[in-house]
Design a binder for this molecule. Structure first.
Ligand code: 5CA
Ligand code: ZN
Length: 419
């Protein structure tokens, strides 16, 4: 599927350090570990039915900082992202609004692309719709059945074969994956999150309440594809496993998303992936905190959304939106306030005026003090707020900007002050 256009990234003198990130699996700061100078990144994409709210934007901006830091460190990056363009909430929204589900997904994905362009997010190398990989998913599921870690559950409401579930206990017995490997939650929390986040603990015929759906046999009125498993559609976690493993070497250097995806989504993606390859799924698990609004998590299901496209349509500068989201560390749960955007607009105006002082000045050929400070901040668990403070200090010093400083803000923080 088409990705989006790539913003310019100026070349900077020298190279930055390879960034360290907080790893959810070990709850510690760990260096990212590119192999032979190459890193792979998978970040879970949107379910395109109400895009793009500032929570989504914050999460993709966090991983954009990682890509920018890696590139600056001289690392080659391969980045893959999915779009969940067939899933229950999307189908429900399409039915409720009388729109064809394909049109809803296509229009919201388009909106997402243009929002990412406005925010100067570097595009993934592989942007993949689930509907484009259904045969591959079915084959992977069939393989898991053959391997003894998945089983069929007959359904009375479909004449096109069975649903297929992943057998968590068999996987714990027969693979190196085990429940809690990545998420570290206790049994009670896992049970609660499984039920709240798309799971079906009470489904009759399952071997364990936490077994996740791999394949849903066709039902009347639902989209389906013919496959080696009969007619049906993919379950949620397996889509990300298949797309990631199709495009990225295993283990993935960093697997990312919002913290709401830790369990069951990422845990189960890892379980499926380990069963498919025999090896670890990801080397490091990175998760962004949740953006809230009016006291609750900003979410499509609650409808308490502030959308990037609406802010841009209202004439707000997307560079200020990026700066406003960057004032909080990516791992912090935080609330969106309009006042943060107003403050970011003022900050942007100060920075633009400072950038103009660089004029035709000669470029530094070695890293400036500001570049060194921004690099160090990003390498330390993507500390964008610290990087913004470093730029503020340079701006406030009264000394004219070096062209390299202005380039550093663009290359590393994604804000083009000459635009
Ligand atoms: N399609 C699946 C992932 S395979 C999905 O979770 N889609 S989503 O549209 O609900 O979310 C897209 C991304 O935004 C995910 O990484 C999710 O963790 C993140 N996200 C969703 N809501 C918020 C929020 N309020 N704050 C921060 N990140 C969020
Ligand atoms: Zn995902």
């Amino acid at each position: 599927m088409r990705s989006w256009s790539r913003p310019a990234v100026p070349t900077l003198p020298g190279t930055g350090p390879v960034p360290a990130l907080h790893d959810t699996a070990t709850d510690s700061l760990r260096p990212t570990r590119p192999v032979d100078g190459a890193a792979s990144l998978y970040v879970c994409g949107i379910t395109p039915y109400d895009a793009t709210h500032l929570g989504h934007a914050a999460t993709y901006l966090a991983f954009d900082s990682l890509v920018r830091a890696w590139l600056d460190a001289g690392v080659r990056v391969t980045y893959a992202q999915n779009t969940t363009d067939v899933d229950d909430p999307l189908l429900e929204r399409a039915t409720a609004t009388g729109v064809d589900w394909r049109e809803l997904a296509a229009s919201q994905t388009d909106l997402f692309r243009s929002d990412m362009e406005h925010l100067a997010v570097l595009p993934p190398d592989h942007y993949v719709a689930v509907t484009d990989v259904v045969p591959e998913v079915a084959e992977a599921v069939a393989h898991l059945v053959d391997r003894g870690v998945a089983y069929r559950v007959p359904t009375s409401s479909s004449s096109d074969g069975d649903d297929v579930y992943f057998d968590v206990r068999a996987a714990e017995r027969d693979t190196s994956w085990h429940l809690g490997l990545e998420s570290r939650y206790d049994a009670e929390t896992m049970a609660r999150f499984f039920a709240e986040r798309g799971g079906d603990p009470g489904r009759e015929g399952k071997r364990d309440p936490l077994d996740p759906l791999l394949w849903r046999a066709a039902r009347d009125g639902e989209p389906s594809w013919t496959s080696v498993l009969g007619a049906g559609r993919p379950g949620w976690h397996i889509e990300c496993t298949v797309i990631a493993q199709q495009h990225l070497a295993s283990p993935i250097t960093v697997n990312g998303g919002g913290i709401d995806l830790v369990f069951p989504h990422h845990e189960m993606s890892a379980a499926h992936g380990t069963a498919l390859t025999g090896g670890d799924y990801a080397d490091l698990w990175a998760h962004a905190g949740m953006v809230g609004y009016q006291g609750e998590k900003m979410s499509k299901s609650l409808g308490n959304l502030v959308k990037v496209s609406e802010l841009v349509a209202a004439g707000r500068d997307p560079r200020a939106v990026r700066l406003a989201l960057g004032t909080h560390h990516y791992r912090a749960d935080r609330e969106w306030f309009e006042a943060d955007l107003v403050a970011a607009e003022a900050r942007l105006a100060r920075w633009v005026a400072w950038a103009a002082t660089a004029g035709g000045a000669e470029r530094a050929t070695t890293p400036t003090a500001l570049l060194v400070a921004v690099r160090a901040a990003l390498a330390d668990d993507l500390d964008v707020p610290a990087a913004l403070t470093a730029v503020d200090a340079a701006v406030a010093s009264g000394a004219p900007a070096d062209p390299v400083d202005v380039d550093a803000v663009q290359a590393l923080l994604g804000v083009d002050l000459r635009a």
